[in-house]
Design a binder for this molecule. Structure first.
Ligand SMILES: [Zn+2]
Length: 63
């Protein structure tokens, strides 16, 4: 499950970041962001529970 977040561009090449659902070491869901062109450009995680839950809801509505 992945999507491109065009509103959040890579700081280096300005391409929309790829978002994927991930799990932290403790098993909590999180959102992994990475540059689709080159993973060395940008990598990050969002672990805010409310935002992650909203993101999952949005994805399920699109499926
Ligand atoms: Zn990039």
């Amino acid at each position: 499950m992945s999507a491109i977040l065009s509103e959040i561009p890579c700081p280096l090449c300005r391409v929309g970041l790829r978002v994927k659902l991930a799990r932290s070491k403790k098993g909590k869901p999180s959102i992994a962001l990475s540059c689709p062109v080159d993973g060395r450009h940008f990598r990050g995680f969002i672990t805010d529970r409310a935002y992650v839950a909203r993101f999952i809801d949005d994805l399920e509505m699109k499926i």
